[in-house]
Design a protein around this ligand. Sequence first.
Ligand SMILES: Cc1ncc(COP(=O)(O)O)c(C=O)c1O
Length: 452
Amino acid sequence: MSANTQHTLVDRDKALVWHPFTQEQTALARLPVVRGSGPWLYDEGNNAYLDLVSSWWVNLFGHARPEIAASIAAQANTLEHVLFAGCTHEPAVQLCEALNQMLPLELGKFFFSDNGSTAVEVALKMAHQYWRNVCSQERRLFIGFHGGYHGDTVGAMSVGAHCGYHDQFRSFFFDSVAVPFPETWLADQDVDAREAAALDALEASLKQHAGQVAAMIVEPLVQGAAGMRMCRPQFIAQAVALARVHDTLVIFDEVMTGFGRTGTRFAFEQTGVVPDFLCVSKGITGGFLPLALTITSDPIYQAFLSDTADKAFSHGHSYTANPLACAAALASLTLLNTAETTKAWQRLTQDHKSGLHMLLQTVPCIERVRQCGTIAAFDLPEDYPLAASQLHQCFLQEGLLLRPIGRTVYLMPSYVVNAEQLHNAYERIAHVLGAQADGARAVAPAMPEISI
Ligand SMILES: Cc1ncc(COP(=O)(O)O)c(C=O)c1O
């Protein structure tokens, strides 16, 4: 008899699989997901869960979206892969053309990789080499923001050193400086003072390290993994202005915020400034396949041109610009650039507003209620009786896939979740949180949890 018939999927998984961001010893049972459709995921028992986290922030247009599936299938029957050094192909070029139409003229050069961390890693390496190429300067330092998370490769960890996820690897990191991120929320009275202090700290750091800073890196408008911490667009604009005055390049990590999450196609559109590097991934394929791009300007690109190989950008991955992923991205962008999608962002923005309002009435202990476009979040008080993983289980029992980050509960649904589904979800969230806040005492986990 095969193992398949003896054990459940969860048992077989437990025997062999090591999961990301998980303390395997204390982890609660995994959810055995067998299929997805629209905003729903289904388990082995055909129980439905409303996916309110877009499956780690990648899914934009619902699960198993037929248009994207068909585009991948057609491409798979034509060309599944070819190396991207020395070769090119139609889906990659078409994808760059489509993005080029969506982006300002300054951002016209596209470098492919395959996940958010590598999109950032590429931007860091390009920024570093840019200074060597143009003026033989060894600029080794990057400036980031407290709480900024940029991925799990060593460079991305180095510039996200203060996000709390990478402490075990600290001895590997290259030098970076983190300045305060002036997070804000609804009815926040102190945001002006917090922004002024953050800008002062940034300016002081730029002055102190004059001539050494390769680039400033920031998640514009929303720091995702730090717990959906949000800032005002004007802060980003002022921070970029300071970086420019101090002759420092600017990297916008839009791996999470890209493709509509903040209510515009890219978060930077709300800031009025254009970065030197734009990192995108996650939603680019609608959540079907891994793909990433580091998008930069012609002046940066020109700095790598030379008669000799030493100035070239010596970096690449086996699956760079994989045609299937590009085909998925092309179908996803077609869906993105419709009036229906723009309307969905507006509707979600309104529906979150009403949902958060209702929560404030029914669960008054929630704090720092905040929203940016299609992302909504709030914090639970420090003495809230359930930890993130326990809340996650309670939400699952209510048919909701939510994955709180520490004390932060957030909703980042795909754009196909309708008003009624979201309204019901908020009611069930209120029910779960209200029941616990009313006095249930639960056992806190023995150790701090890791949960992006
Ligand atoms: C802003 C940001 N940058 C980079 C990354 C890393 O992306 P990936 O997990 O695809 O490597 C993430 C992942 O959550 C992210 O939110």
